[in-house]
Write a protein that binds this ligand. Structure first.
Ligand SMILES: [Zn+2]
Length: 191
């Protein structure tokens, strides 16, 4: 499923150290305009970025979700964390990720998003992608992804480009969804 070249993209922390350093971040909810900002590339992978990654990972696992882009916590830098494993022990960190090749074959998958809670819908995307990114040491690596991992990577890179998965749906669905979410928001504010 995942072909590696060179560097491991998995990251492990001793759990006690990890717990000391964690902080849960607030996830923006669609239709928040800040979800449509385009994130800037990370210039230097330093301790500030490594702390951001730790906090994002903790926020993703707590939610729980399989992926989180920095855009979703209102940090507009190109950082993604993901874990598509069943036991939730395979954290993947992608800094400045780029899709460098896509398959012609497309696949439809039912997607959801921590920024659009309770909404799931089918999105068609390339079935396989080749990705280049930096790891936590600032080193470049490449790999190929298919199945859920390919979906997740494309979904998260969309976030960095200011795009939420519901924007792949028909305009009619998007209009209905926005109206429904705004109504729910007004009802929450009234309570
Ligand atoms: Zn999402």
């Amino acid at each position: 499923m995942l072909e590696m070249s060179g560097h491991s993209i998995k990251m492990q922390y001793p759990s006690s150290t990890f717990q000391h350093l964690m902080a849960l971040l607030t996830i923006l909810h669609y239709p928040d305009k800040r979800l449509h900002k385009v994130a800037k590339p990370v210039a230097v992978v330093d301790d500030r970025i490594r702390k951001l990654v730790r906090d994002m990972a903790e926020t993703m696992y707590d939610a729980p979700g399989v992926g989180l882009a920095a855009t979703q916590i209102d940090v507009h830098e190109r950082v993604v964390v993901m874990d598509v494993s069943e036991d939730k022990k395979d954290l993947m960190v992608l800094i400045n990720p780029e899709i460098i090749a896509r398959s012609d074959e497309q696949k439809t998958y039912e997607e959801g998003c921590l920024s659009v809670p309770g909404v799931y819908d089918e999105v068609e995307r390339p079935a396989e992608v080749r990705v280049r990114a930096l790891n936590l040491e600032g080193e470049s690596f490449e790999f190929e992804a298919d199945e859920l991992l390919a979906v997740c990577i494309q979904h998260e890179i969309d976030h960095l480009n200011g795009k939420v998965f519901v924007q792949h749906l028909s305009m009619l669905k998007q209009t209905r969804l926005k109206a429904r979410l705004r109504k729910e928001q007004r009802e929450l504010e009234r309570v």
